[in-house]
Ligand binder design. Sequence first.
Ligand code: FES
Ligand code: FES
Length: 153
Amino acid sequence: MKREINFTLNGDPVSIEVRPNEKLLDVLRDHLGVKSPKHGCGRGECGACSVLLNGKSIRSCITLAVEVDGQEIVTLEGLEKNGLTDLQKSFLKHNAFQCGFCAPGFTISATELLNNNPHPDENEIREAISGNLCRCTGYKNIVGAILDVAKKK
Ligand code: FES
Ligand code: FES
């Protein structure tokens, strides 16, 4: 049996009926057209599906949609509502990604970090993105891009 949930998605109110076992990732991608969170491992291990729940990064592939009833969700689409963020510009400048599949998840994790700690050092950055996996890069450019933004804040 479906249940109605109401939450804020990227600043806009959303009301939708979901099954009790429906994952937030599937609701976002398949029913709400929000495609930046990616389906990677589906087990909470790769970080590709990361979104912000009340400002905290979570894995939407292991979060039930009913859990976000009444909460605030922000995805990459919300972060870039007014154009590319400084973080995204820095990722581009540093050629931080290749295929880009992991990029939204890294961006969510780095955004959470910089919101809580505007001047992280390299170790803190590596710790913050330790739950995000990238198959293409060696992480060096990703860390460098975040460090660059941190220095300018
Ligand atoms: S798809 Fe969610 S953590 Fe990998
Ligand atoms: S750039 Fe391809 S997985 Fe990260």
